[in-house]
Design a binder for this molecule. Structure first.
Ligand SMILES: Nc1ncnc2c1ncn2[C@@H]1O[C@H](COP(=O)(O)OP(=O)(O)OP(=O)(O)O)[C@@H](O)[C@H]1O
Ligand SMILES: [Mg+2]
Length: 236
């Protein structure tokens, strides 16, 4: 019964999104519907410019669709205020990007603490939680290193520690291995699998088949539409 009727975490229905380019309104996502279950690890793939990041930004409540509906763990996202979206991002979502986005002059631990600084968490609590997150990503012994003194793979692991430090339900990752060699990429994917095993839902954009193979399912985007791939589950 373990897999019976798993809870839907993300339900996007008939999403449309256009961007203004000069005097033109250019459609970027057309009629996009996506369901992702709690605890799934999904890879989004597709050609450059097909709308993957746009879709991921909508999923991550960083951007909003022009029309269609979006429900995240039964919360209605479509039409939510900026403040509500910010609160949802802080509590439900953790973000990982290709370029790590760490602050250069502060050490790994303080980079991981930053989301809690903004949330007003006490310093002693922050430190403990940041160290615990660094331990999960295997970097407890690098807590006092600044980003420049860490490898690319280690920097991305610090970014993942920062993404998970508020214990989000969902991890949103846009080409998290795009700047890494294949060994570091594999390490990051093993870490994602470990996070999935701990119950997180993971949605990741990638260009690389080898990286997508770590996910359970691939959603393909082509010209702003979901290609017909409803049953593209990866055989393990
Ligand atoms: N803020 C924006 N303003 C105007 N156009 C945009 C904006 N963001 C994206 N676009 C356009 O929307 C389309 C899809 O962009 P998107 O970044 O989602 O593609 P992508 O699939 O992530 O591509 P890549 O693989 O290169 O990252 C592109 O044509 C892009 O130029
Ligand atoms: Mg992109």
């Amino acid at each position: 019964m373990a897999h019976a009727d798993r809870h839907q975490m993300i339900q996007l229905h008939n999403i449309h999104k256009s961007y203004q380019r000069g005097s033109l309104l250019v459609p970027v996502l057309r009629n996009v519907s996506v369901n992702i279950k709690k605890g799934e690890f999904v890879a989004i793939m597709g050609p450059s410019g097909s709308g993957k990041s746009t879709l991921l930004n909508i999923l991550g409540c960083l951007d909003t669709a022009d029309s269609g509906s979006y429900t995240l763990d039964s919360k209605i996202i479509q039409g939510a205020s900026e403040d509500d979206l910010a609160a949802i991002r802080n509590h439900w979502l953790g973000f990982v990007f290709q370029s790590f986005n760490l602050i250069p002059r502060i050490d790994a631990r303080y980079n991981v603490e930053l989301p809690m600084v903004y949330a007003g968490v006490l310093p002693s609590v922050r430190q403990k939680r940041a160290l615990a997150a660094l331990k999960i990503v295997g970097l407890a012994d690098r807590a006092t290193h600044i980003p420049a003194h860490l490898s690319g793979g280690q920097q991305q692991r610090v970014a993942i520690a920062r993404a998970i430090v508020n214990d989000p339900e969902i991890i949103i990752a846009d080409e998290p291995t795009g700047a890494l060699d294949s060994q570091a990429s594999h390490e990051i994917m093993h870490l994602f699998q470990q996070l999935q095993a701990s119950g997180k839902t993971i949605v990741m954009v990638t260009h690389e088949d080898e990286v997508a193979a770590f996910a359970q399912r691939i959603i393909r985007v082509r010209d702003g539409e979901i290609a017909d791939n409803k049953n593209e589950h990866i055989q393990k």
